[in-house]
Ligand binder design. Structure first.
Ligand code: R5P
Length: 294
């Protein structure tokens, strides 16, 4: 029995203070269960409502791409600056310190390598393993208009069903097939299909013309994909425009880890995404940090 001697009897129930019912901060996520919201809050900052995700999952179809030859050497030093990591379970288990406190978004689809038809993916992760690894979300590629469109969408809906059952959000990643036009019309279609069929957030490419219609017509948070390596000022400009036009952050890979100064670049991206810094100001930070490390 607990020791009751000296227990304080006076209680204050604060009857004058109404209970708070604070809405969850992410678009379209208010009706999700607590575990799902908690996982999303490990990816997105509650103060800015945005995320800087670092994408390092490229090896799942293209092997040791430039900048990812040694994740332990090149990527682990960047972890303090990443709100979340997008990666495979293989790299997570072998190379990422379990003390990494933020969200991990596990690549959950795969199959073909760059030598084959990329849209021919299948589910490549068991929900049990995602839970065992304490994943914050699962990522699945969706090839709208691609050769294996239906199969890839079915991969996503199957993962959404499993994710909903266990409280793990799903990131729908809009993949662009070789013959797809990268315009707002296409990305509106692809993002909306992902959200309608249950994706909890969506990753898509930036387009200069009409990106705000892509984010506006998608009822869940949209994250900008990085794409091929650009000069740093252009990548910062793209990130700035994307968040100004409604993106809930970025998921950038090559534009960070292939930069001549990756740690400086990810910090500059953070300044744009979380502080609404202008691209020129963020580029100044990049140069300053780069020069200091030299
Ligand atoms: C995209 O389809 C894959 O998930 C990539 O491996 C990765 O996320 C791409 O990142 P980035 O285009 O910024 O290098």
């Amino acid at each position: 029995m607990a020791d009751m001697d000296g227990s304080i009897e006076t209680k204050d129930f604060h009857p004058d203070i109404p209970s708070r019912n604070t809405p969850f901060f992410l678009k379209g996520s208010g009706a999700l269960d607590w575990g799902m919201q908690s996982r999303l809050a490990r990816i997105f900052s509650a103060s800015s409502g945005r995320t800087v995700m670092l994408a390092i999952d490229h090896g799942y179809f293209q092997g040791p791409t430039t900048g990812l030859e040694r994740v332990d050497v090149n990527i682990v030093p960047l972890l303090p600056y990443a709100d979340a990591l997008m990666l495979t379970r293989g790299i997570l288990r072998t190379t990422i310190p379990p003390s990494f406190p933020r969200g991990t978004v596990l690549r959950a689809s795969g199959g073909p390598s760059i030598l084959k038809e990329l849209s021919n993916e299948q589910i490549a992760l068991d929900i049990e393993d995602a839970l065992r690894l304490n994943a914050a979300a699962m990522a699945v590629q969706v090839f709208v208009g691609g050769e294996f469109e239906t199969q890839s969408i079915h991969n996503m809906t199957r993962l959404v069903d499993l994710g909903n059952r266990h409280g793990v959000p799903v990131l729908g990643v809009t993949a662009v097939g070789k013959n797809m036009t990268r315009d707002a019309r296409y990305f509106r279609l692809a993002c909306r299909i992902c959200a309608e069929l249950g994706a909890h957030f969506v990753k898509t490419y930036y387009v200069a013309d009409g990106f705000e219609t892509v984010t506006a017509s998608c009822p869940v948070p949209v994250i900008m994909a990085g794409g091929k390596k650009l000069p740093e000022p252009e990548a910062l400009e793209m990130a700035y425009r994307a968040v100004s036009e409604g993106a809930a952050g970025v998921d950038m890979g090559r534009n960070i880890f292939q930069s001549e100064a990756p740690a400086a670049m990810i910090q500059a991206v953070r300044m744009v995404v979380h502080e609404n810094a202008r691209p020129a100001e963020a580029f100044e930070l990049f140069q300053d940090l780069k020069n200091r490390q030299a």
